[in-house]
Design a protein around this ligand. Sequence first.
Ligand code: ADP
Ligand code: ZN
Length: 221
Amino acid sequence: MVIIMLGAQGTGKGTIAGMISKQTAWPQIATGDIFRKNISEKTELGVEAEKYTSKGELVPDEITVPMVVDRLNQEDAKDGAILDGFPRTTAQAEKLDEILVKLGKKVDLVINLSTPKEELIDRMLTRRVCTNQECKTTYNIKLNPPKVEGVCDKCGAALKQREDDSNPEAINKRLKIYEEQTSPLVEYYKQKGVLRTEVVSESVNRMGKDVAEDIIKDIKK
Ligand code: ADP
Ligand code: ZN
């Protein structure tokens, strides 16, 4: 089963994708995580990608698309995958359809997360990530703090704020790109009949964990 996580920055895509992945054994393929890993290892791809990620701009398709194809072709993705952060433009969505046809697959479910904008900005500012690239667990100092400040519960490595989360300009640019270039995908996948919209908000007391539990129940039916 191929699942896509859709929704603005800070809606909890990564958290939900991680929970579904754990229950299904389908890998979570997070393009942002793959870029950050390459950036920290200073690979050729990482050096090129950082020129864009540091400013909150999209990395060009010539770099992003082959990277996703490569990942989808790996053995662990043969039964399913949860795409987290791809596609982000209509062009990428069309590319993905072509790629999946070649693999004899299709997009089965698109989880569209919707959260009020004030909450999004707040969540990005309070997000912290584990610096251990094999772990990458995400915390939120207000909503989901680690047991010991600045230390990952799971692996003991240091937590840090993402560079693009500490920079208001990068935050605003990412949200703007989301609205302009990614949000049209809601309609794209609605047309295909695979869209499932979920509100994630403190104001209705429904958080990522609740959404993930409901979705996992439905997948297992
Ligand atoms: P966020 O969604 O909070 O911006 P991600 O971790 O998903 O964070 O992505 C971090 C950065 O990686 C993005 O700002 C962008 O520069 C790059 N990126 C991730 N996914 C894509 C994609 N599908 N296309 C182009 N660039 C991407
Ligand atoms: Zn960790």
